[in-house]
Design a protein around this ligand. Structure first.
Ligand SMILES: O=C(CO)[C@H](O)[C@H](O)COP(=O)(O)O
Length: 222
């Protein structure tokens, strides 16, 4: 079994009857959804809140019931992937472009579990390009600011065209190697007009499940 599948299937064990579940996005979440679909078929009663069109389509194909985020007051558990995770369970997300909805869903959740393969664990964040979701209007100006800061910005592309998120924004990927103070970087980005959201997810994950050659490891946030 590959590591993503191992992590995804292990996470499904944390799902309980009656839960409102945040459903993340990506190739690791794919495996969790397959397992969840089987349990729903077996009689498990849950409602999912999707973080992307891709997850909505997959969940529907597996007959997983979905509800609208604006019809609920909170989410019991969210299971999502991550692009890299440090020892404090801070991470970078958004490789799949769903960071905005993923962060909204995580913020509303009583518990957040991330599922990753072992290659995603890092000592400090910054190896993976940091996605910044921006308003297309004025995005060139933001691009220039990032350039001046030496962050080697790149507009994310889908083929020849710009990548457009589910909420109609564009993404600028930044290189922030050896990020010494992720909170400082997050606060700086939060303060820039036109930045809708960024992929630094700090103090959000409660549990990390890592697929490893010997089996899944469960890591709790200290
Ligand atoms: O943040 C995400 C999407 O916006 C994904 O969770 C992240 O990119 C990990 O994806 P994968 O499980 O395919 O490696």
């Amino acid at each position: 079994m590959n590591e993503k599948q191992m992590a995804g299937e292990k996470a499904a064990e944390f799902i309980e009857d009656g839960m409102i579940l945040g459903l993340g996005t990506g190739s690791t979440v794919y495996y969790m959804l397959q397992e969840l679909g089987k349990r729903v078929q077996g009689g498990l009663n849950i409602h999912g809140v999707s973080t992307s069109k891709a997850t909505t389509n997959l969940a529907k194909s597996l007959n997983i019931p979905l509800c609208s985020i604006n019809d609920i007051d909170g989410i019991d558990l969210t299971i999502d992937g991550a692009d890299e995770v440090d020892g404090e369970l801070n991470g970078i997300k958004g490789g799949g472009g769903a960071l905005l909805y993923e962060k909204v869903v995580a913020s509303m959740s009583s518990k957040v579990i991330w599922i990753v393969d072992s290659a995603k664990r890092v000592d400090s964040l910054g190896r993976f390009p940091l996605p910044v979701e921006v308003l297309p209007f004025g995005s060139r100006y933001l691009f220039r600011i990032f350039e001046k800061e030496g962050l080697q910005p790149a507009f994310r592309k889908k083929g020849e065209a710009l990548f457009i998120t589910d909420s109609g924004h564009t993404i600028i990927d930044l290189k922030v190697p050896r990020m010494e103070d992720p909170q400082k970087t997050a606060s700086w980005l939060d303060g820039l007009t036109g930045v809708i959201e960024h992929g630094l997810f700090l103090n959000m994950a409660d549990l990390l499940i890592v697929g490893e050659p010997e089996g899944p490891t469960v890591v709790h946030r200290k």
